[in-house]
Design a protein around this ligand. Structure first.
Ligand code: ZN
Length: 339
């Protein structure tokens, strides 16, 4: 069986849709023009993945400005008009975040319409990405709950409601993005895994969690440079995730200092291994990708390996991102046939 391929989630947005190479871009259009442009960008994102040979595709997150804010701001209790600056991910960098001013509730579908549309674009497996409860907590300013865990479970219940509708429109894989898991190990153990499981409970589809070192933006590149020669974050997180109910864990490996042997700590989970570095504009050759897959194979059986990107590609140049997709699929094929 060839290795299955997927992407962490986002792809670059066309310059006619949003400011290019930004993680929080402004839209170029509004109203029905914006909606039509988002659908066109979704067509491109899906067809570029299919053309490259990616098996499990996403909508490239063409319908949201940002992977967290696009979800958070649609919830009742989150005031996107009241944005405040705060340090996020352990004060790795500052972000302007919406404020939680009341009890968090999901009063309307959030990503359902866009995934219903994406569903019409491919007969293959379709994945949706949603920010996980801890990452949501870490990307808002809380003026209501006073407890990160209480707020996390409120987000988890909202996510669970959203997942039910996403599965009903034909989504095959739901992935919760939890970069915050790579920062707050004590909280992951204390309530992060429980909140994740609460959000995914009874999903009725394949479930996944993505835990990474972030986009290839300067703050992350600088942080990574200070992590030393051996990044031990996953050694804390993977044993905890191994006990969760999630089926698949998406992590970063390519171009990193992640010691490959930590993969053995993932219990019996499928691991979506990052074989494409999103912090470098150098396009990996298929052989580079195969070499990274071979590293993973030393510590995981083939049937538990999925090949993916390290993280989202939203801030990258489009043509570089598309070229990386092709290398991802070609490298996975090379590894599969054992050439
Ligand atoms: Zn990521």
């Amino acid at each position: 069986m060839p290795f299955s391929t997927t992407i962490a989630g986002s792809l670059p947005k066309p310059a006619w849709l949003a400011e290019p190479e930004r993680i929080f871009p402004s839209w170029r259009l509004e109203g029905t023009d914006l909606a039509e442009a988002q659908r066109d960008a979704t067509r491109i994102a899906v067809s570029e993945q299919v053309r490259a040979g990616i098996d499990v595709v996403t909508d490239g997150e063409q319908n949201r400005k940002h992977f967290v804010h696009g979800f958070a701001e649609r919830l009742a209790g989150v005031d996107s008009g009241r944005r405040q600056k705060r340090g996020i991910r352990g004060d790795r960098y500052e972000a302007v975040c919406p404020t939680v001013t009341g009890h968090v509730r999901r009063t309307a579908p959030i990503h359902v319409d866009e995934m219903r549309f994406a569903r019409t674009l491919t007969h293959g497996p379709l994945k949706v990405t949603i920010p996980g409860p801890m990452t949501l907590v870490d990307t808002v300013v809380d003026e209501t709950y006073g407890s990160r865990s209480d707020l996390a479970f409120a987000f988890a219940r909202a996510i669970r409601e959203e997942i039910a509708e996403l599965v009903a429109v034909g989504v095959d894989v739901v992935q919760l993005d939890e970069p915050a898991f790579n920062v707050y190990f004590d909280e992951v153990a204390a309530w992060g895994i429980d909140a994740l499981d609460t959000a995914l409970n009874g999903a009725g589809c394949t479930t996944a969690v993505h835990v990474c070192y972030g986009y290839g933006i300067p703050a992350n590149v600088q942080w990574k440079a200070n992590l030393g020669e051996r990044w031990d974050q996953y050694a804390h997180v993977l044993p905890l995730l191994a006990k969760s109910a999630v089926q698949q864990i998406s992590i970063e490996l390519a171009g990193s200092h992640v010691p490959p042997e930590v993969l053995a700590l993932a219990g019996d989970k499928v691991v979506a291994v990052g074989v494409i570095d999103v912090a470098s504009d150098r396009v990996e050759t298929p052989d580079d990708v195969r070499a990274t897959i071979e590293l993973a194979r030393r510590h995981l059986p083939d049937e538990r390996i999925v090949c993916s990107t390290n993280c989202g590609m939203a801030p990258m140049a489009r043509e570089i991102a598309y070229a990386k997709l092709r290398s991802l699929a070609e490298g996975a094929l090379l590894a599969s046939v054992g050439l």
